[in-house]
Design a protein around this ligand. Structure first.
Ligand code: ARG
Length: 465
């Protein structure tokens, strides 16, 4: 066997040092091609930038460069047309593409890996890939936000019970509730953009771990690939996966938020709440109970939060205690990261498609707000405005509520005389604050639940979006 032309059964990319081929099970065990092939486009993108730089540094002739670029373009097309037989023996996407390039263009293909290692190559690929995916996810997130704003505006005046401890607390507007969801997503979006900054640096040129002896130009490849700058330290460049962990952490918060929304949607569609209707196309029936309409989409989103949380812990555990620099352990970064991206995209898409079509059952929401003495705080505030200390007012209203419970009547359903029995300062105007409309519109300040504030919040958010 002559130097460099390995035979397939042997370690073909590093045949020189080895006296026997890799064990078939070990080949399968150590290969990542089954999952890392989804990096193909970014791997080729990185190789094109690297080849151009090698040419500029005098390490590739014009002809070699041209052959490499057109060879890589051909491979890209083959992959996209599904004309590739991926090889386990070639371990991963990087070596599969490189071997194929050499098959296509001959010796020039063997020069592509000059001054580069799979260690900086894979770090570059993941960063390029994740940058695109952050942008895709951000688009879905914005689409969901825009949908929420439309529904919030439509439902700015719709009254529902607000809850603490899942017990009726005070009336709020449905639009206000939806704008609370919107705020969660504002933070999620910011977190993604912040994470993107640390994703968008170029490790290319770090080579295996120490840099390379060739006169490479790292600024050139960084800028050709749209990175903000090259990384500062070669050891850190090939071993850092903080950016993937950060992304997954941002992802877990997105899923946490979606699961909270899901939980409310599930509750609200139940016969017991009966607050909203989800379109049939986002629900399924039961194979045995003909009456059922199950809110599968929010349930599944809620359930998928588990795997994303798991992926974050996987990556943290993967990186814990790893010595510098690259270790094969790092091959395990991909599946959790890929699945986090897929899950986020699907869940955000499902929500962005569904949210604009939720129908509020206004009568039912209003009815629920009427139950549970949701204007009790308003009555206490009324007494305070008459000069009563808040703690005394709290006590007085507590007694009124106890009476209401006994009589099965809301505060607004009591007569003026009945109310006066609890405090003789109460007058006819008390009924203005005991109505649900009065209660919500009185909370008319920045961040309050008044319809006017909801409309303002929607307007501001729309401008910011
Ligand atoms: N498939 C490898 C990974 O995903 C590529 C880097 C391999 N580097 C090495 N020295 N074995 O991490």
């Amino acid at each position: 066997m002559s130097a460099g032309d390995g035979d397939k059964s042997s370690n073909q990319q590093w045949g020189g040092r080895f006296s026997e081929g890799v064990d078939a099970f070990v080949a399968r065990f150590t290969a990542s091609i089954d999952f890392d092939r989804r990096l193909y486009r970014h791997d080729i993108q990185g190789s094109v930038a690297h080849a151009n730089m090698l040419h500029q540094a005098g390490l590739l002739t014009e002809e070699e460069l041209k052959a490499i670029i057109s060879g890589l373009e051909g491979i890209l097309e083959d992959i996209e047309q599904d004309r590739i037989d991926w090889s386990i023996e070639l371990e991963d996407i990087h070596m599969n593409i490189e071997a194929r390039l050499t098959d296509r263009i001959g010796d020039a293909g063997k020069k592509l890996h000059t001054g580069r290692s799979r260690n900086d190559q894979v770090a570059t690929d993941i960063r390029l890939w994740l940058r695109d995916e952050i942008d895709n996810i951000s688009v879905e997130l914005k689409r969901l936000q825009a949908g929420l704003l439309d529904v919030a505006e439509r439902e700015a005046d719709t009254i529902m019970p607000g809850f603490t401890h899942l017990q009726t607390a005070q009336p709020v507007t449905f639009g206000h509730h939806l704008m609370a969801w919107f705020e969660m997503l504002v933070r999620d979006f910011e977190r993604l953009q912040d994470c993107r900054k640390r994703v968008n640096v170029s490790p290319l040129g770090a080579a295996a771990l120490a840099g390379t002896t060739y006169p490479i130009n790292r600024e050139m490849t960084a800028s050709a690939l749209g990175f903000d700058r090259p990384t500062n330290n070669s050891l850190d460049s090939v071993s850092d996966r903080d950016f993937a962990i950060e992304f997954c952490a941002a992802g877990t918060l997105i899923m946490t938020h979606l699961s909270r929304m899901s939980e409310e949607l599930v509750l609200w569609t139940s016969a017991q709440f009966n607050f909203i209707e989800l379109p049939d196309r986002f629900c399924t029936g039961s194979s045995i109970m003909p009456q059922k309409k199950n809110p599968d989409v929010p349930e599944l989103v809620r359930g998928k939060t588990g795997r994303v949380n798991g992926h974050l812990v996987s990556l943290l555990t993967l990186m814990k205690s790893q010595p510098l620099a690259y270790n094969k352990d790092n091959q395990e970064d991909k599946e959790p990261l890929f699945d986090t991206v897929d899950t986020l995209r699907d869940c955000l898409r499902a929500f962005a498609d569904m949210i604009p079509h939720i129908q509020a059952k206004k009568e039912s929401m209003l009815e629920a707000a009427r139950r549970g003495f949701s204007t009790a705080t308003d009555l206490a505030d009324y007494l305070v405005r008459q000069g009563m200390p808040f703690r005394n007012a709290h006590e007085v209203v507590g007694k009124a509520v106890a009476f209401g419970l006994q009589e099965s009547r809301d505060l607004s359903e009591m007569t003026l005389d009945e109310l006066k029995a609890f405090s003789d300062t109460i007058e006819q105007d008390v009924f203005d604050v005991l109505t649900l409309e009065g209660s919500v519109s009185a909370r008319n300040h920045l961040g309050g639940t008044a319809p006017e504030q909801v409309r303002k919040a929607v307007k501001n958010a729309r401008e910011a979006l």
